[in-house]
Design a protein around this ligand. Structure first.
Ligand code: PHE
Length: 346
């Protein structure tokens, strides 16, 4: 009697469980169902734990029946789990669609600093004219920056360059690329040379819209036999034509540098007004772009060349000045201010 009761109860438990499972549509309810119907306190499991209380001869039958119920419920649970997983995957596949019509996010691309762009452009022109690029140090000695360039200590010409001195005696930040002339000559003498020396220079100056404590220069140097002022003029004119246009006019004005004799400054026709006169050229029609001259005999000697046999010319130009003039930049401090709004324009 008790045995039959129990079997019937198991049967109806199974029926109810399966019916409840049928209705389940999500994973959370499935977990709850598993705890309630297959967990420790579920009806089938209770049957197992109370099996000892049943009369001995009934136990195998009850145990077997309970086992079968449990197995069928476990199989049903596995099927349901599999079904729900497949359903949720299908749902994801149809709903979470990748919108390939959306434009991608473009990575921000960097570019060369305007000073470097301009530097490369000028050096490309100079290489095309046969100048070899020669690097020389930014930290110099007093000897190279001044003495060997015919600027002795206490000479009033030192006032032309306000200098950053370091705490090491006699060591300074170069005020111009001209000390590179000595490095180049001492490297190549007595061979003829034709080099361009680019790089950063430093001057201890009041910073303003027109002057900075750092700026680039490009130095030109040619040394050989029979080099004349005509070569200097022709080369620099050719450079101006390649840089600014075939028809641009140039002019030379006498000047003074301790390391060249004679010395000059070269102007190019103002490219904003074409020489008529405007605010950029301060109504003169001309823009000053470089200093130059024939290498002083003392400098040739210091570089290892006999000034009785060799001659040479040198020039120094400020590439930032050229960028300023070309793009009408109103403040030289923009170059090293690292303001992206300025840099982005180039
Ligand atoms: N070094 C000079 C300056 O910085 C420029 C220069 C270079 C002049 C070469 C003549 C020859 O002012």
């Amino acid at each position: 009697m008790a045995e039959n009761d129990l079997l019937r109860q198991l049967e109806s438990f199974e029926r109810d469980s399966l019916a409840a499972l049928e209705k389940i549509t999500d994973e959370a309810d499935l977990t709850k169902w598993r705890v309630a119907n297959l967990g420790k306190s579920s009806f089938v499991m209770q049957v197992f734990s109370k099996l000892g209380e049943a009369p001995k001869e009934d136990r195998p039958k009850i145990g077997q029946a309970a086992n079968q119920v449990r197995e069928r419920l476990e199989t049903a649970l596995a099927e349901k789990t599999e079904f729900l997983n497949r359903k949720s995957l299908e749902q994801k596949l149809t709903q979470e669609r990748l919108d390939i019509s959306l434009p991608g996010r473009q990575p921000r691309k960097g570019r060369l600093h305007p000073a470097n762009q301009n530097m490369r452009e000028i050096l490309a022109v100079l290489s095309g004219m046969g100048f070899e690029i020669f690097r020389s140090p930014e930290i110099e000695t007093d000897e190279y920056n001044f003495e060997l360039l015919n600027i002795p200590a206490y000479h009033p010409a030192r006032d032309m360059w306000d200098t950053f001195y370091t705490t090491d005696p006699g060591v300074l930040l170069r005020t111009h690329t001209s000390p590179g002339q000595i490095h180049a000559m001492r490297t190549f003498a007595p061979e003829p040379i034709r080099v361009a020396l680019p790089g950063m220079c430093f001057r201890y100056e009041q910073v303003s819209a027109r002057s900075e404590v750092q700026f680039n220069q490009i130095e030109l140097l040619a040394v050989g036999k029979h080099i004349t002022f005509g070569d200097l003029k022709g080369t620099l004119q050719d450079f101006a034509h390649r840089m600014f246009g075939e028809n641009v006019r140039t002019r030379f004005r006498p000047s003074y540098f301790p390391f060249t004799e004679p010395s000059a400054e070269m102007d190019v026709e103002c490219f904003l007004c074409g020489g008529k006169g405007c605010s950029m050229c301060k109504n003169s029609g001309w823009l000053e772009i470089l200093g130059c001259g024939m290498v002083h005999p003392t400098v040739l000697k210091n570089g290892g060349y006999d000034p009785e046999i060799y001659t040479g010319y040198a020039a120094g130009l400020g590439p930032e000045r050229i960028t300023i003039l070309r793009h009408n930049v109103e403040d030289i401090r923009y170059f090293w201010g690292n303001d992206i709004r300025f840099l982005e324009q180039f």
